[in-house]
Design a protein around this ligand. Structure first.
Ligand SMILES: Nc1ncnc2c1ncn2[C@@H]1O[C@H](COP(=O)(O)OP(=O)(O)O)[C@@H](O)[C@H]1O
Ligand SMILES: [Mg+2]
Length: 140
């Protein structure tokens, strides 16, 4: 599935719709270059889970937990892992098998540890179509 976004609001809304339908154990893997909108997407998905807390990028902590929504929400940013094995050494893969919903920014960094049922979301710019244009590809 491909979704065109013409602004950050469109990306937020697309993610919001996925968050509304999210089920326990769902894992959403978000990829795309720096500044494409992975965090915007994560915020939209959190809103769809009825999380009203401010979502901050977990770059330095790897994962942030939010427990006040419809389901527990675990927001990862694995960009700063030195190597992918560190992810399992820290026991972080256990979140994927919990009853919550996971969103993983830069999931390609740890692709060997991503469950088979994960949904992958790739966000790309197309500069010819303007600064705020994104193509959002969704596949399982
Ligand atoms: N269509 C769009 N979708 C998402 N973000 C957009 C879009 N157009 C412009 N932006 C802007 O691009 C930036 C994306 O930042 P962010 O979500 O932090 O990126 P990433 O997490 O991928 O590094 C934000 O400043 C956002 O407002
Ligand atoms: Mg980000």
């Amino acid at each position: 599935m491909k979704i065109e976004a013409f602004s950050d609001k469109d990306t937020f809304k697309a993610a919001y719709e996925m968050g509304k339908k999210a089920l326990p154990n769902d894992v959403f893997c978000v990829t795309g270059e720096l500044g494409t909108g992975k965090t915007v997407f994560s915020k939209g998905l959190a809103k769809g889970l009825e999380i009203d807390e401010h979502i901050t990028s977990p770059t330095f902590t790897i994962v942030n937990e939010y427990r006040k929504g419809r389901l527990p929400f675990y927001h990862f940013d694995v960009y700063r892992l030195e190597e992918s094995d560190e992810f399992c050494e820290l026991g972080l893969d256990e979140y994927f098998y919990s009853e919550g919903v996971c969103v993983v920014e830069w999931a390609d960094v740890i692709k060997d540890f991503i469950p088979k049922n994960a949904v992958w979301i790739n966000i790309k710019k197309d500069i010819e179509k303007g600064n705020d244009y994104r193509i959002i590809e969704v596949f399982r």
